[in-house]
Design a protein around this ligand. Structure first.
Ligand SMILES: N[C@@H](CCC(=O)N[C@@H](CS)C(=O)NCC(=O)O)C(=O)O
Length: 247
């Protein structure tokens, strides 16, 4: 059984979609980042960066000890390697997947994240920053669009964790002030990924968990005001049945 520490954000969706694709059994432990649950002591032991998602695999291959993993890219790669799925079947394909996965976690995620911040949450409007991150998001969309003009999926003609990593960040294109109709191949890919049963299921679960907007005034006061690791235990909610195994 796998424990998924999750909230309904793009990085959270990646892990949930992957678990649904693989049809692995998992328990969801919600970490409401708008309520500061990411700062709890117990969650910080699993995810020292105090960010979701994270997993604990209680039955890893070749080990009797459970394994904790944080960082969405590492989670996707771990689960792909555990099952031998969605990572390509040759070394060449595997590294095509890893390249696009790395591109997402090091590029699209952080840049689109800053786009969200300056376009929607910043306490003052900074036109230079808004333009900078919206332009960079457009450029990254065009990189995917170009790749998808000659490949069905990002790493080639097979679905992989690279697609799972990028999808949650592209499905909110309007929020990123992007006109998806300008990226025809990306639009075709977006529709194909959004119609996969695992994607539909993971997003349905998300809707049941969080029906409210993620960022309210209280949430912004700590989400956008962190300059060091938070040690204060703001919530006990993340104390789970797995407490004994992870402390
Ligand atoms: N590089 C990390 C980023 C994780 C991340 O930023 N998660 C956000 C939600 S999408 C979070 O937990 N935010 C809580 C906070 O900012 O305090 C990953 O890919 O897992």
């Amino acid at each position: 059984m796998i424990d998924l520490y999750y909230w309904t954000t793009p990085n959270g969706h990646k892990a949930a979609i992957m678990l649904e694709e693989l049809q692995l059994e998992y328990n969801i432990h919600t970490i409401n980042i708008s309520e500061g649950e990411q700062f709890s002591k117990v969650f910080s032991l699993i995810s020292p960066n105090q960010r979701i998602p994270a997993i604990v695999d209680n039955s890893p291959i070749n080990s009797t000890k459970s394994i904790k993993i944080f960082e969405s890219g590492a989670i996707l790669q771990y689960l792909a390697e555990k099952t031998g799925k969605l990572i390509g079947s040759t070394i060449e394909d595997k590294y095509k997947v890893i390249q696009w996965l790395t591109w997402q976690v090091a590029g699209l995620g952080p840049m689109a994240g800053q786009n969200h911040h300056f376009s929607h949450y910043a306490s003052e409007e900074i036109p230079y920053a808004i333009k900078r991150y919206q332009n960079e998001t457009s450029r990254l969309y065009s990189v995917m669009d170009h790749q998808l003009s000659s490949n069905e999926y990002l790493a080639g003609n097979f679905y992989s964790i690279a697609d799972i990593a990028c999808f949650p960040w592209v499905r909110i294109h309007e929020y990123q002030k992007q006109d998806i109709s300008k990226f025809k191949h990306l639009e075709r890919w977006l529709l194909a990924v959004s119609e996969r049963p695992a994607t539909i299921k993971a997003l349905e679960i998300a809707k049941k968990i969080n029906t409210k907007p993620t960022v309210n005034e209280k949430a912004s006061s700590f989400l956008f005001n962190q300059n060091k690791i938070t040690t204060k235990q703001q919530s006990n909610k993340a104390k789970s049945n797995y407490h004994d195994q992870i402390v």
